[in-house]
Each structure stands twice: as structure tokens, then as C-alpha cells.
Ligand binder design. Structure first.
Ligand code: FE2
Length: 270
């Protein structure tokens, strides 16, 4: 890592001294992981990034993450003002194969820098499609004291731990002073007719043995209960797991890794 930083700095310095054009990958806009997928090189893992507001006990109001977000790709509330922003991208595993059915839970401040801690404005979860792609429709998030501009997200592949991280915007003055800012989490952003289009690819620590590894196992080591892998659950369905009861919040087919205690977007303790 250190070697890489040194060589990057050295290259930058040499390029600037020579007055030649600096490759875009060296000026703070990371290459998208899909580039690695195309040329077969091993991608860098998406780092975690946590601002200390998280995790939050569900019953506590105030800090910012809330479980049980609605299932939706558009998290803009009716009537909300601001600059339209779309975020699209892919989720890859360690072999740069796309990961389907990855749970992505987004939340952010509104255009004025305020979080909705009593409801679910600017909050929503979705799953990557068969191509490992996601699309978030939102507004350009506002600034609030102490932080640079960002979008929060929790990303979880079936059967894997949750990655809690944040996405950042290039050319933000506060990127230089925010102590938890991480340039590896910069999106590529372009303006498009008054709106903004951002892209980011996640790389999760998910082993892949091509071409079969994206198929989850069909058995589970669940510690007892009525919850079962492969079962289609509808909203309101009730199960037990690990001695507790849960009610289904979002229709889905159960998979390993989506056990009720691990997926607050899908199950609420009842
Ligand atoms: Fe935040």
C-alpha cells in the first residue's frame, strides 16, 4: 500500500514537473472496477467508512442509520427540492464477477443537509440484479457541519458480512478537511442537463470460483426455527429463528446470509 502511494506520488510529481498530461486515474477519480473486470486484473476491495453514527439501536432517534428502510430505488420524497442525482454501478466479488442479489441500503441527508430520523425520507434498500447492477435515484445531498458531501450505504452479499461505507463526490472543498474522507470512495460524476449522473462500482470480499460461485448454497446451518432457505416469504409472514420471532417486511425468497437477524430490511423482530 505504502509503495503504491509513493509510486503514485512520484509519478504525479514527475508528470507535473514535465508538464505532461496526468492520467485521470491519478488525479483523484479512481477507475471503475468494471475496468478490472474487462481486463482480468484483481480489483481493490471497497473500503469501509463509518462516521461513528452507526450502528444505531433501532429504538434510538437522533443518529442516522435506521433499519427497515422501504424497498425502492428512488428515494426522493414527493415535493422534495434539489438537484437530481442518479448513482449507478455494479457490485463485484474477488474475481471481478458481478454479484446478484446483493442487499444495498442507502441513506443520505436531504438538499439542506438534514436527515429524516423519524421517517424514511431519502432512505431505501434494493438488491442488485442478475448482472450485479444497481440504480439509485436521489437528490444531490446537502452539507452538514463537520462532514464533506456523502451518501451512506450498507452493502451485503448473501451469506457475507455487511460492508458499511460512504460514497463521495469529486471537487468538494471539504474532501480535504474531512478526517474520514477516503478517495477510494470517490464516485465519477458528470453533469447532464441540470442533473448529475454518478457511477461507482463496489468490490466485496466475496470469494468467486468462476463460473459457479455466484450461486448460493442450498442448505443452511440455521440454529433452528421455521425460517428456511428457498422459501418465498410475503410481507407479514412470520417465522422463528434462533429462538426469536420475526415478521417479514419485504417479499423475497430466503437465501443463506439473509437470516432474519442479519437483514433488518427484510425482517423485524416481532
Ligand atoms: Fe452522514
Amino acid at each position: 500500500m505504502e509503495d503504491r502511494l509513493v509510486s503514485r506520488k512520484t509519478v504525479l510529481h514527475a508528470a507535473l514537473a514535465a508538464g505532461v498530461a496526468v492520467p485521470i486515474a491519478l488525479v483523484g477519480v479512481p477507475a471503475l472496477a468494471r475496468t478490472n473486470a474487462a481486463n482480468g486484473t484483481v480489483p481493490e476491495l471497497t473500503p469501509m467508512c463509518d462516521d461513528g453514527d452507526d450502528p444505531t439501536p433501532p429504538q434510538t432517534e437522533g443518529p442516522y442509520f435506521k433499519p427497515n428502510s422501504p424497498s425502492r430505488t428512488n428515494i426522493v420524497p414527493a415535493g422534495a427540492g434539489g438537484v437530481r442525482l442518479s448513482v449507478t454501478g455494479y457490485v463485484f466479488g474477488l474475481s471481478c464477477l458481478p454479484l446478484a442479489n446483493v442487499l444495498m441500503d442507502f441513506w443520505q441527508a436531504d438538499a439542506n443537509g438534514a436527515y429524516d430520523n423519524s421517517g424514511y425520507r431519502f432512505r431505501g434498500h434494493q438488491f442488485t440484479n442478475a448482472q450485479g447492477a444497481f440504480t439509485l435515484t436521489t437528490l444531490f445531498p446537502g452539507l452538514y457541519p463537520g462532514r464533506t458531501r456523502h451518501i451512506h450505504v450498507k452493502v451485503q452479499a448473501p451469506g457475507r458480512p455487511v460492508l458499511t461505507t460512504q460514497l463521495y463526490f469529486p471537487n468538494e472543498p471539504r474532501n480535504n478537511t474531512d478526517p474520514i474522507f477516503d478517495s477510494r470512495l470517490l464516485m465519477t460524476v458528470r453533469d447532464s442537463g441540470g442533473a448529475k449522473q454518478a457511477s461507482f462500482d463496489f468490490v466485496l470480499n466475496v470469494p468467486q470460483n468462476p463460473p459457479t460461485s455466484t450461486t448460493p448454497p442450498t442448505t443452511t446451518t440455521a440454529p433452528g426455527g421455521t425460517w428456511a432457505v428457498g422459501t418465498a416469504y410475503a410481507v407479514g409472514a412470520r417465522v422463528t429463528y434462533g429462538g426469536r420471532g420475526y415478521v417479514c417486511l419485504q417479499g423475497h425468497v430466503a437465501q443463506v446470509g439473509w437470516e432474519p437477524p442479519n437483514t433488518p430490511a427484510l425482517w423485524r423482530a416481532a
